[in-house]
Design a protein around this ligand. Structure first.
Ligand code: BEZ
Length: 212
């Protein structure tokens, strides 16, 4: 059966550019993003890893660890990291999994044979502290990912967990949020949303972002 939102992220034991890890143990009690790169020493991947490294403080703020995977070995990753640091004005600060055997790529269905039967697509898995997959994003090899968008999705997921709000179309940090439909008790609504809320329709209730 394939992986879905809500599935437990498959666990694995691998070598990485910073040493061996057991994935679930490595996640510990934080959130994590696992993202795949088609191949080492490729241009778009080089820019993505530099961008992700430069955003590490933003991921840390949200209690999210980053880990990349590419279907090459750790020795190649280490050489490639030199190029990433040289060209992207970045210091690599998270591990890249060595996946020569395509163990992780297989477990996470990252090779889409109709696109390419050896390279991975650009997958992103956002995983919560319970090791549940909370979001999956897939791009083709030719399109570099938008890491600000990944942070935005994490913000939305954490707002839902912490405040029972969802985020509307094109939401960005600081915009009004949507109260989840399951919340109906008037006393609870008053308690949870002291800044008030606007009933646009009985099913569409907007409230200021609760943690702002
Ligand atoms: C890249 O990272 O630049 C790339 C990798 C595979 C196919 C196309 C682009």
């Amino acid at each position: 059966m394939g992986l879905h939102i809500g599935s437990i992220a498959p666990d694995f034991q691998v070598d990485t550019s910073t040493g061996p890890i057991k994935f679930h143990e490595w996640i510990g009690s934080t959130w994590a993003i696992l993202f795949s790169h088609p191949k080492d020493f490729t241009p778009v991947c080089t820019t993505e890893l530099g961008r992700a490294a430069n955003l590490k403080a933003e991921f840390d703020k949200r209690n999210v660890k980053m880990i990349a995977v590419s279907v090459d070995g750790v020795e190649d990753h280490k050489k490639w990291i030199g190029d990433i640091e040289e060209t992207q004005n970045a210091k690599m600060n998270f591990p890249i999994i060595g996946d020569k055997e395509r163990k992780v790529a297989g477990l996470y269905d990252m090779i889409h044979a109709e696109a390419n039967d050896t390279l991975t697509v650009r997958s992103v898995f956002i995983i919560d502290p319970n090791k549940k997959i909370r979001a999956m994003i897939t791009y083709p090899a030719s399109t570099g990912r938008n890491f600000s968008e990944i942070l935005r999705v994490i913000d939305s997921l954490q707002l839902t967990d912490n405040f029972k709000v969802a985020t509307p179309a094109d939401w960005k940090d600081g915009d009004d949020c949507v109260i989840v439909p399951a919340l109906q008790d008037p006393e609870e609504l008053k308690k949870r949303f002291p800044k008030g809320f606007k009933v646009v329709k009985p099913y569409l209730r907007m409230t200021p972002q609760p943690n702002k």
